[in-house]
Design a binder for this molecule. Structure first.
Ligand code: UDP
Length: 365
């Protein structure tokens, strides 16, 4: 008998399994995919660690979380400095003095603030949607050039229909610091995420290619408790309706060239380009790359349907109302723990998933 059956070998499941195993519990992890690491999964081709399900850049402020991941991998000093391109012109992301300089020619924070102030939307209430949030934050020029069409493309929804919270993720800096993340710690595991997960799962029984729902009763019978990290609506047979996600299609190419775009992440912000961004994987880890070859991935948003891979939860009112019903059901469970991006239906960064696993495991003891 296992103490925990963990459904899903992604970041939540693997963290929980590690903590439980370290505490002397017996765990079995199953995953319907052929591999571990969930959407963090990386594949090694020509020494380039390809982020198969989209780029994952680890960053956090929390000492415990940083120490935890460093048990399983050494992190490089990668710093995310994405570029946003509109109509042949490159801007820096986060919105910083580099962005304001490219947009308006201004060179001081004072000039940038004045420029934003002159075109900012002024509301006497909280912004109700993403468009209002963006317009109050950075004004029309930046909204029109770097946010409106990118967001429409990425979410396949009008920014007026999206929650303001999404854009709160986007940093605005009155400095020439173009490091996207403010966090104390940042980096990519040297050797790729898959190797990090292999280390994390050392000594833990893992079965891949296993469909939990095909024989839920059997799998449940193996353990005292179940940790479920899949889609919460699927767990409950979609009885309160289906939660929506933003899905993605990846077009990956190997190119016989040392350097394709000179940066790991380049966003394409205009409506006429179908992809939201191009990832050039070797720039995540300069040291590991073959000099004559590079791998690039175009990320193209895809409409959601049940069989596709879920990426980003859409936290709008309709979906949150549905989620609430499932969450209420989950709260009544005594032997099932729900955790991670899909089970908690949260737009989580990696460190937040780990934090959630820390908390949920702590609740157990
Ligand atoms: N965003 C934008 N322009 C950009 C990058 C981001 O308008 O060039 C908006 C977009 O609505 C996106 C949100 O900011 O959904 C959050 O972006 P972030 O890059 O944090 O999302 P990620 O895809 O990395 O999770």
């Amino acid at each position: 008998m296992y103490n925990y059956l963990i459904v899903g070998a992604g970041l939540f499941g693997s963290t929980f399994a590690r903590l439980a195993t370290d505490a002397g519990k017996k765990c079995l992890i199953i995953d319907k995919r052929a591999h571990i690491a969930g959407n963090c999964y990386t594949e090694n081709t020509n020494g380039i660690h390809k982020h198969v399900f989209g780029p994952h850049i680890f960053h956090c402020n929390d000492e415990n979380i940083w120490q935890f991941v460093n048990r399983f991998a050494q992190f490089n000093n990668f710093v995310n400095r994405p570029i946003a391109i509109n109509n042949g012109k490159a801007f820096s992301l986060p919105f910083s003095m580099y962005t304001f300089n490219a947009m308006w020619g201004v060179t001081t924070p004072e000039e940038a603030i004045e420029k934003i102030e002159s075109q900012r939307l002024k509301l006497d209430r909280e912004p109700l949607n993403l468009e209002e949030q963006a317009l109050t934050l950075v004004g029309e020029d930046i909204y029109n050039t770097l946010i409106r069409d990118y967001t429409k493309k990425q979410w396949q929804k009008d920014p007026k229909e999206l929650p303001p919270t999404i854009i709160k993720r986007l940093p605005v800096r009155m400095s020439w610091d173009n490091n996207y993340f403010y966090d104390k710690y940042q980096g990519i595991p040297i050797g790729g995420y898959t190797a990090m997960f292999e280390n994390m799962l050392e000594g833990i029984e893992v079965k891949t290619n296993v469909d939990y729902f095909a024989d839920k009763e059997y799998w449940d019978s193996l353990a005292e408790k179940v940790v479920f990290t899949g889609k919460i609506d699927e767990y409950y047979g979609f009885q309160h309706g289906e939660l929506e996600y933003r899905s993605l299609r990846f077009e990956t190419e190997t190119i016989q060239r040392d350097n394709y775009q000179g940066n790991a992440v380049v966003n394409y912000n205009s409506a006429d380009v179908p992809w939201t961004r191009i990832i050039e994987h070797k720039h995540f880890d300069q040291n590991s790359a073959d000099q004559n070859v590079t791998i690039v991935t175009k990320e193209i948003p895809d409409t959601w349907s049940r069989e596709k891979t879920p990426y980003y939860p859409i936290g709008d009112e309709v979906n949150m109302a549905i989620f609430k019903k499932y969450e209420d059901m989950a709260k009544l469970e005594t032997n099932v723990i729900f955790g991670g991006r899909l089970a908690e239906y949260r737009y989580y960064d990696m460190h937040q998933v780990i934090n959630s696993a820390f908390n949920k495991f702590e609740n157990q003891i």
